[in-house]
Design a protein around this ligand. Structure first.
Ligand code: PLP
Length: 462
């Protein structure tokens, strides 16, 4: 019998309560690596709940990498460091438990795909679905901005207090983060948060996932720091002389995998030893369709993780809003500089986001986009499955497909000739040498998506 108690009067659903308590048992060591959990039937009977409650909790913790299901044998506390979930011909993965070092190579992200004349639609990772039914609420938010007097002087450098309150509540509800509003600094997006952090780190290189977010690597280079390549799908047990590690644990960009719980703990331990900070880019974690969003890595160690959130995926990138929750010492340094330099997010955007949060608009936007992505992701998988290996679980607003570069280029060119721009995976890779296609499906219609996939699979079939 597991030492868990469920509170039926709580507003938190029973599967989430159970998942939370089992997660704590693993974290505290009460449940050790390799321990077998009770069967869902037995635990359900012990707790007096339906078996579905236990199965949902186990599925959630398996997706997060705390547990692993062994076929025909049961559910265990995870021992392996899973890498990618699907066949991936070009991916090199190390033996279980292996530790890898950043390569130390300094490099620049390779060229971004250029837009050609006549290209109308981009199947990129950065354009979210926008539900036209939400336009009224969007307009209401901006009307409210227009009749509200802005602050007369330079306002609170942390951002609009009411917005930070609403964000703290939402981050608690959706990301498992227990925050005081004053711990949040409103930024002009993820990259702005990174720009705020970089000058406050001690001299030294910054490790960035490879393949990884191009804007992050470029920003690090812009600030005169070396980028070292952090393998995106391996356990990192040593950060070398890096002073920070930039990672996307909820949905590795662009390979899509969830960083397993064991890898999160290993990276945090490596960061502690190196006295480095882990910069968590939590860009699209709300878009899981199978399980609840995986909790933020920052929940594991708020003193070691600087958390970056963004409105770019849940609202629109052009709003240029995000939020930074930094460890206390970094928070103070960032705030000090932002106060002196008047760096802050524009008040009208902040005020509009406040209304969108308060009216429940953002929750509705996330739900409707999630429904659309849940429908489109399998469609892409069905089309691409026969030709390429999927690099991670289906989640978010894009999926990444492993292919030899010649095939990827041929497919990209065919899509381009049909009027669609699709990014090559090699554009995100530095030393990893991974190749394939990164197919976004948020910013196009269903018809356009089908047309683009027809062009791509036609080229791959050829
Ligand atoms: C990995 C990743 N992080 C963050 C962002 C958002 O960045 P920003 O908030 O600066 O617009 C994106 C947008 O495409 C992204 O792909």
């Amino acid at each position: 019998m597991l030492p868990v108690t469920l509170d039926r009067t709580s507003s938190e659903p029973l599967p989430a309560q159970l998942a939370g308590q089992v997660r704590s048992l693993v974290l505290s060591g009460t449940l050790g690596t390799g321990d077998r959990l009770p069967s869902s039937r037995a635990l359900a009977a012990d707790l007096g709940v339906s078996r579905a409650v236990v199965e949902q909790a186990y599925d959630q913790l398996t997706a997060e990498g705390w547990l692993e299901a062994r076929r025909g044998s049961g559910t265990y506390v995870a021992t392996t460091h899973t890498t990618i979930t699907a066949a991936a011909p070009q991916m090199t993965s190390r033996p279980t438990g292996a530790t890898s070092r950043p390569t130390g190579a300094t490099s620049r992200p390779t060229g971004v795909t250029s837009r050609t004349t006549g290209v109308t639609s981009r199947l990129d990772t950065g354009t979210p679905f926008f539900d036209p039914r939400l336009e009224l609420g969007w307009r209401r938010a901006w009307r409210e901005v227009s009749v509200t007097a802005p602050p007369r002087g330079y306002d609170d450098p942390r951002g609009l207090p009411e917005l930070r309150e609403a964000l703290a509540a939402r981050l608690g509800r959706t990301r498992g983060m227990d925050l005081h509003p004053d711990e949040i600094i409103v930024t002009a997006g993820t990259t702005d948060g990174l720009r705020a952090l970089l000058p406050e780190l001690r001299p030294g290189p910054v490790a960035v996932e490879d393949p990884g977010y191009r804007a992050a690597a470029e920003t690090v280079l812009t600030y005169g720091r070396e980028v070292v390549d952090l393998p995106a799908v391996e356990t990192v047990g040593d950060l070398g002389d890096a002073v920070a590690a930039y990672v996307t644990p909820a949905h590795q960009h662009p390979l899509g995998r969830v960083m397993p719980a064991t890898d999160r703990l290993a990276l945090l331990e490596a960061a502690r030893r190196a006295e480095a900070v882990v910069i968590e880019d939590d860009y699209d974690s709300e878009f899981r369709y199978d399980v609840a969003p995986v909790p933020a890595m920052a929940t594991l160690d708020r003193g070691r993780v600087a958390y970056l959130g963004t409105a770019a995926k849940s609202v629109v990138p052009t709003l240029r809003l995000g939020w930074l929750v930094a460890p206390p010492d970094l928070h103070e340094l960032v705030l000090r500089r932002r106060t002196i330099t008047h760096a802050g997010a524009a008040w009208p955007s902040q005020r509009a986001l406040l209304t969108l949060l308060r009216d429940g608009w953002l929750d509705r936007a996330v739900r409707s986009a999630r429904r659309v992505y849940a429908e489109r992701a399998p469609r892409v998988a069905e089309a691409m499955g026969p030709y390429a290996g999927l690099a991670g679980p289906l989640a978010g607003m894009y999926s990444t497909w492993l292919l030899p570069e010649t095939d990827a280029v041929r497919a990209r060119d065919a899509a381009r000739a049909a009027g669609f721009e699709i990014n090559l995976l090699s554009g995100y890779a530095r030393t990893s040498g991974l190749t394939g296609l990164v197919i976004g499906f948020g910013g196009v219609s269903d018809t356009e998506l089908d047309q683009a996939l027809t062009a791509v699979t036609g080229a791959l079939r050829g």
